[in-house]
Design a protein around this ligand. Structure first.
Ligand code: DGY
Length: 321
């Protein structure tokens, strides 16, 4: 009987699907990120592993699992935790969970945009303090209608954020390595040929690129200075795309107006000083955290494992970025 290891409990019926497919399924009894040694012990003898984005899958993982390992199904659309060349060299299939979380992540991105531009977190604290009444100049924010939403990375999630932004009256500009004329005419979006051009015209910059060598610290001190001093930076992609120390400094010194972040360079830790700033809204990597998305992610990961271990093609294999 093939053995499938699930490194952390997941919502929905993914685990049941694996059990009903006739596999021996071992689910981590700990509802937390496993320490490296716990993880490597737990995956021994697995034919398939359902991994989390905080499980590093590299040569040591592959050798700990052993020679039977055929599939690693990542419970995430991002896959920067996987060493793809290593997996490929051992003929192990890698899969991710695209599409099923697009809506959840896009909605969270929009929630962050509203939260930072209308100062919702600051206002919530003040309302709870029961000291602040209506005042003509109290907690002024920025309207989105007519402002420019700059999308950095026009993949599935970036495109959906752009559509919702358009629906609330924003102008949409985007930068991507590929120009998308069809999307431009559908949404009325404007292509900027460099990230720098996009930063210069945007009131809100929302990041939707994968973490690759080429996107690490894409937003650094120099590029932050190219943004408008009245603008906001939103990141729901991966923390290391932004130089968080440079961002913290820029927020302190007023280079940009504010930031709303769901992802961080060294999760769960924050760069020193970030947590004390009033002009940031922070959430702990929860952009895909809806019951709908997380259940569908588990089910898709399970389907991928079932397919590979039954000798079929996976539904969502990871293609080389
Ligand atoms: C992903 O799937 O890559 C997201 O970061 C999860 O929220």
């Amino acid at each position: 009987m093939a053995k499938v290891v699930v490194t952390r409990k997941i919502p929905g019926s993914g685990i049941k699907m694996l059990q009903e497919a006739g596999f021996e399924v071992a689910v981590s009894p700990q509802d937390r990120v496993l320490a490296r040694n716990e993880l490597l012990n737990f995956i021994q003898g697995a034919d398939g592993v359902l991994t989390q984005l905080n499980d590093k899958v590299d040569e040591s993982f592959i050798s700990a699992a052993g020679a039977n390992l055929k599939v690693v199904a990542n419970f995430a659309v991002g896959f920067d935790n996987l060493d793809l060349p290593a997996l490929l060299s051992h003929n192990i299939v890698a899969t991710n969970t695209p599409d099923v979380l697009t809506e959840a992540v896009a909605e969270h991105t929009i929630a962050l945009i509203f939260a930072i531009s209308r100062r919702i977190v600051e206002a919530d604290k003040l309302a709870r303090s029961q000291t602040l009444e209506f005042g003509p100049s109290v907690l002024l924010g920025m309207e989105l209608n007519g402002k420019t939403l700059g999308i950095l990375g026009l993949g599935r999630i970036g495109s959906r954020v752009a559509e919702i932004g358009k629906a609330v009256g924003m102008e949409v500009a985007y930068y991507d390595v590929k120009k998308n004329s069809e999307f431009e005419s559908k949404v009325g979006a404007i292509f900027k040929i460099t990230p720098e051009e996009l930063l210069a015209v945007s009131d809100i910059v929302s990041i939707h690129v994968p973490l690759l060598n080429s996107t690490k610290h894409l937003i650094n001190a120099e590029r932050l200075k190219m943004m408008k001093p009245t603008s906001y930076l939103i990141n729901t992609s991966r923390g290391p795309v932004v130089d968080e120390v440079a961002l913290t400094q820029s927020l302190k010194s007023g280079v940009i107006k504010g930031a709303a972040l769901d992802v961080f360079e060294n999760e769960p830790r924050l760069s020193p000083g970030l947590e004390n700033l009033a002009n940031v809204v922070l959430t702990p990597h929860i952009a895909s955290a809806t019951t709908e998305a997380r259940s569908a992610m588990g089910e898709l990961a399970a389907k991928n494992i079932i397919a590979v271990l039954s000798g079929q093609s996976p539904l969502t294999p990871i293609k080389k970025p």
